[in-house]
Each structure stands twice: as structure tokens, then as C-alpha cells.
Write a protein that binds this ligand. Sequence first.
Ligand code: G3H
Ligand code: 13P
Ligand code: NA
Ligand code: ZN
Length: 328
Amino acid sequence: ALVSLRQLLDHAAEHQYGLPAFNVNNLEQMRAIMEAASEVDAPVIVQASAGARKYAGAPFLRHLILAAIEEFPHIPVVMHQDHGTSPAICQRAIQLGFSSVMMDGSLKSDGKTPADYAYNVDVTRTVVQFAHACGVSVEGEIGVLGNLETGMAGEEDGVGAEGVLDHSQLLTGVDEAVQFVKDTGVDALAIAIGTSHGAYKFSRKPDGDVLRIDRIKEIHQHLPNTHLVMHGSSSVPQEWLAIINEYGGNIGETYGVPVEEIVEGIKHGVRKVNIDTDLRLASTGAIRRFLAQHPAEFDPRKYLAASVKAMKDVCIDRYTAFGCAGQA
Ligand code: G3H
Ligand code: 13P
Ligand code: NA
Ligand code: ZN
């Protein structure tokens, strides 16, 4: 059944668990996410980015998610718009039937230029007003994602600030988070604590200097009733990097957000954990390996089945680690 983000995250807070929010672009990702959820009885958050709309088209994405709800009627599903860059984009998502939208006013509508506080409050409050009138939930963001040491947003294309950012933008302040929730009325709040989008988050295993889980605890103490969201939360599995590189790929040394750090965040108010890159890596690794091992195979369903299996395993791992298995 289609549920709103608010409904699901209220349940998660009450029962002290977190949920992965997986990005979805195609049938294979959708199947992996749902089959895994069905196997471990987890509720689901699927999210569509602007890049996904560009790739698949809004009607295909919409029907892909509706098809998932039809095939898995026993699983609660949130249909979430990821990183809306303007109120108009969020309004369009609501018209398409999304039960939740993110208004990312931390960046201007180009998705690259850091915005000031007044702009962020203005666009986010506008979206909260019309979304709540339709029973749709709203996620906002305060702070700009990026590596606390290098000041880089991470991803080359897609969502992320351009240029080098300073520490005050990259680490969400406690007071500004409290004020932002008060000024906007968002249901969920994405905060910046040193993560970034994409595979190139950290050049070494992150410690407390570059990944500030302690800031989550402080923010949660002051906003105990606000559901916190971690973006850029792929763990960048070293085993999938090795498989990609073993079978013709070339990805340099890089590290993601350790699952145990996310679990620590979940103990302190994190309810939604955005993951895209990990499914991309698993899919690519599985397809490279399958094609290398079966050079005469040319039926795409064969290597795509390997991709679904690999992504499904990652999904099961995250549902289990975040405590949402058994909660559907
Ligand atoms: O927020 C970033 C997600 O990983 C979506 O990326 O715009 O390439 O679909 P994308
Ligand atoms: P990753 O690139 O770490 O998977 O983050 C995805 C994300 O934050 C989508 O909004
Ligand atoms: Na989002
Ligand atoms: Zn994100």
C-alpha cells in the first residue's frame, strides 16, 4: 500500500528503527528493492531523482512504483521525490501521485549554488503548505553535503554543490536546525555531517573528524520529535569495488559511510538513510562478472538477473542492519 513518509517515519521512531531510502531508475532496481523487502518483511521508501526522471521519464517511474505496490500489496511503500530543486517540481510530483517530496532548498534551483537561509525557508515553507494540504510529507535540508576536509561535494554530475565549501556550510549547526524546523514545519530534516553523494566520499576509512555522527546526537537532543535524514549514505562495499576492478573496471581507492556508523545515527533520531551508489556498484560488478564468465551469453535477462540478485543482497543487508526487517 502507498503510505506517506510521515506515517512510516512516525512508526520507525516509535519502534526505534531506520529505513534505507533507495533511488530507483529502472525495473531491475525496483524488483531488487521489493523482493528483498518482501523476503525480510520490511517497509519500503523508494525515491526518484531528477536524473531518474530524465532517464526513465516520469510516467514510467510512476507506473514502476505503482506496479510494485500492486505486486507486493502487503508491503507499505513511500513514493518519494528526491532532491526537488523548486516548489514547482514538488508540485508536479504531488500531481503525479508521490506521497512524499524533498524540497532541497540548501541549494538554489540550479542544484549547485549554495542558497542562503532565507531562500531555503521561503521555498521549503511554500512546499510544506501545499504538500500538507494534499496529505503529502515534506523533507527539507539544512546544510550543504560535502567532505569536511576537502570541502568538495563529491559527485561530478547530479546533485551537489560546485566549488569548495567552507566548514560552516558543510556541518549543520544545532541552532539553525532547530530554527529551520520551527520556521518550515518539515516532517523530516536532512542534515550535513560530512557525507557526500557518489562513490568518492572519503579517501581513507572515515573517523570522527570527517564523519560527525556526534552532531546527529546533539541535533536529536534539541529536536527529539524531528525525523532526521542522512543523504550520501552508501557504504561503498570494498568487495564490490574489488569485483568491478577484477573484471575490467577501474575505480580508484575510495570509502563510504560504514554501516555501523549509520546504525549509531539510527540510535539518535536518523530514520531515513539515502542509498543510491551501493546499488549501482553491486549492479555493475555483477554484470561485469557475469559477462566475463559467460562470454557467449547475449540474453540481457541473464546478466540483468545477476544484477537484481546482487542489488537484492545489498537491500537485505541494509533492511536487516537498520532494524526495519520484520516491521512491514
Ligand atoms: O541524490 C543523488 C542521487 O544519487 C541521484 O543521482 O541524479 O544521478 O539520479 P542522479
Ligand atoms: P549515495 O550516493 O551515497 O548513495 O547517496 C544517495 C543520496 O543521498 C540520494 O539522495
Ligand atoms: Na530525499
Ligand atoms: Zn541526496
